[in-house]
Design a protein around this ligand. Structure first.
Ligand code: SIN
Ligand code: FE2
Length: 208
């Protein structure tokens, strides 16, 4: 639900309730299998080494990682296990085909897990070498307050509540829009038995 009466940024797509409960449940099962093979870990900020409040893992050929020594980047292996990331589940590839409007498949699916206190500061997704492809983002579990602004950090941002099953796309002119997660709302969903929120972000990393 949009909480302010302001047009959403150009190119930004908000698809509330895109996944029904049954589809969400199947997806959560698949993400549990991903997490079993590639455990959630605590990423740290470049230079400062400050831990992020969100825990992360990935599936796909490439995974987005960050740590104190080497900063933000994509790599082919899990930073703790050293193993290749598990593959992106078929239904996520199908969702990308349905919604992304981009000829090549995604190469990375970042899995973010938010507990009741986790949040994510305003940032741009700019570690990819292909900005013609959108970023496709799926929300599962508890509702969050998502902020979306413009392509300059100083641009005015607006808030959107993202609930389980909602999908947003940072596409076109909004591909490099600043965005973040201010907070989650504990107890707003029964999808995850221990609560919390999962966000899945599909991205194309390399040019075709
Ligand atoms: C992100 O920008 O990586 C996460 C966005 C979200 O959790 O909805
Ligand atoms: Fe992001």
């Amino acid at each position: 639900m949009a909480t302010e009466k302001q047009a959403l940024p150009d190119g930004f797509r908000y698809l509330p309730d895109h996944l029904d409960r049954a589809a969400q449940e199947v997806l959560v099962g698949e993400i549990r299998a991903v997490v079993a093979a590639a455990p959630l870990y605590v990423p740290t900020m470049p230079r400062t080494g400050k831990p992020m409040s969100v825990r992360m893992t990935n599936c796909g050929r490439l995974g987005w990682v960050t740590d104190k020594a080497r900063g933000y980047r994509y790599q082919e292996t899990h930073p703790a296990t050293g193993k290749p990331w598990p593959p992106i589940p078929e239904r996520l590839l199908a969702l990308w085909q349905e919604l992304a409007g981009f000829e090549a498949p995604p190469e990375a699916c970042l899995v973010n897990f938010y507990d009741d206190t986790a949040k994510m500061g305003m940032h741009q997704d700019s570690d990819e070498a292909e900005f013609a492809a959108p970023v496709l983002s799926i929300s599962l579990g508890d509702t969050c307050l998502f902020r979306i602004g413009g392509t300059e950090r100083s641009d005015k941002a607006q808030s959107l509540k993202l609930a389980s099953g909602d999908i947003v796309l940072l596409a076109g002119k909004s591909r490099l829009a600043y965005h973040g997660v201010t907070r989650t709302y504990p107890g707003t969903s029964t999808l995850l038995k221990n609560g919390g929120r999962i966000n899945l972000t599909l991205r194309r990393v390399t040019p075709i």
